[in-house]
Ligand binder design. Structure first.
Ligand code: MG
Length: 369
């Protein structure tokens, strides 16, 4: 199968409420949407990179640049028999996982649609309900955090991800734990702590037995291993795992017990599946993470979350938890309390809402033009 045109779009949609993590307050979200054409067939992919270089050095601008300058040429030149071959075509280009994944995801969609195959089946999953978790960003006060956590639990979400940072952790987590004793809680630090905080973090389990996600920066392997050795609290790695080599490091150093699997961070669906499979072999459960994707990315995450070793609720809440509108005809909705389910249609399961895609597009480029 050969791609004959790539169309890139920056798409900006307002959020329903202001979201805050440890770096920024966000009122609207701009994502890079990739369209691939092959004859009459069309496939779409969503780049999961953010606008800012805080979570990772990659942004929607670096992805746009690397696709136009370096990735479009091999993408348009090569014949692909299967989507897993796309990553190979990019192998000489270092890093830039987000840009590579955006093209690769779009090709999985294109290829699946050509064969009338739902994406969940193409990736080796099966159609089943997927447990979804909700995220509570950093708030100005405890009361607001508890209120937001409460509304998520009421909607049926079985897992709460609470964003934490130094000074906004123990009291918050203990309060959420006490208010919702049966819900799985992850305190996600996005690398906000350092070596000097190992004792403090190990002590958190006395106040609030939870899972701690990415307490230290990505490469701080010895800190993760020291903390995991000092606490029964499972440590979950997110930013640290950008490929199989990182996972081997985690296993060898016993630097964590859970993996947050993100397609963009690891360079695409093929490598996400490989990491999922290696985790299964090593007895490490995973869940599928997200960076508040729009509909395309959200449905792709749900397809991946149907794999066997996705044993914790994933970051795949309903579209309307965040966005005022969607660019797909079928937004993600809950199919039961805290549950979402892949659609039976080919590719990611639904069609693009062309009117909304045009309405929210702020920049576009066709290659070749
Ligand atoms: Mg995280």
């Amino acid at each position: 199968m050969k791609v004959d045109r790539i169309i890139l779009r920056f798409v900006r949609i307002p959020l329903k409420f202001e979201f805050q993590n440890r770096w920024q307050r966000i009122r609207d979200w701009t994502k890079l949407i990739v369209e691939l054409r092959s004859g009459d067939l069309v496939g779409y992919g969503e780049c999961t990179a953010m606008e800012t270089p805080y979570y990772s050095y990659e942004t929607i601008d670096t992805a746009w640049w690397v696709i136009t300058r370096w990735l479009a040429e091999p993408m348009l030149r090569c014949q692909f028999g299967h989507p897993a071959e796309v990553t190979e075509a990019f192998r000489l280009i270092n890093g830039h996982h987000e840009g590579k994944a955006a093209l690769e995801c779009a090709f999985w969609d294109l290829w699946s649609r050509a064969g009338s195959l739902p994406l969940y089946q193409a990736v080796g999953g099966q159609r089943r309900p997927v447990r979804s978790g909700a995220t509570v960003g950093i708030q100005d006060d405890l009361e607001t955090a508890l209120r937001l956590a409460g509304s998520a639990v009421e909607a049926g979400y079985e897992r709460l991800k609470i964003k934490i940072k130094p000074g906004w952790d123990r009291e918050l987590l203990a309060a959420v734990r006490a208010a919702f004793p049966r819900v799985t809680i992850l305190g996600d630090a996005n690398g906000a702590y350092g070596e000097g905080d190992i004792g403090w973090l190990a002590g958190l389990e006395k106040f609030a037995p939870i899972i701690i996600e990415q307490p230290f920066p990505a490469g701080a392997w010895t800190h993760f291993a020291s903390l995991q050795a000092r606490t029964c609290t499972p440590i979950c790695l997110d930013e640290s795992i950008s490929g199989l080599e990182d996972l081997e490091q985690m296993i060898q150093l016993q630097a964590g017990r859970l993996v947050n699997l993100k397609i963009g961070r690891v360079g695409g669906i093929r490598d996400a599946i490989r990491i999922h499979d290696r985790c299964a072999e090593a007895g490490i459960p995973v869940f599928v993470g997200s960076k508040a994707e729009m509909g395309i990315g959200r449905w792709v995450n749900i397809a991946l979350a149907t794999l066997d070793n996705v044993r914790y609720p994933s970051d795949v809440p309903a579209s309307d938890r965040y966005f005022v509108s969607e660019i797909v005809r079928d937004p993600v909705i809950l199919s039961g309390p805290g549950l979402v389910e892949p659609l039976p249609g080919p590719g990611f399961g639904t069609e693009i809402d062309s009117a909304n895609l045009s309405k929210y597009t702020v920049r576009s480029l066709s290659i070749p033009d």
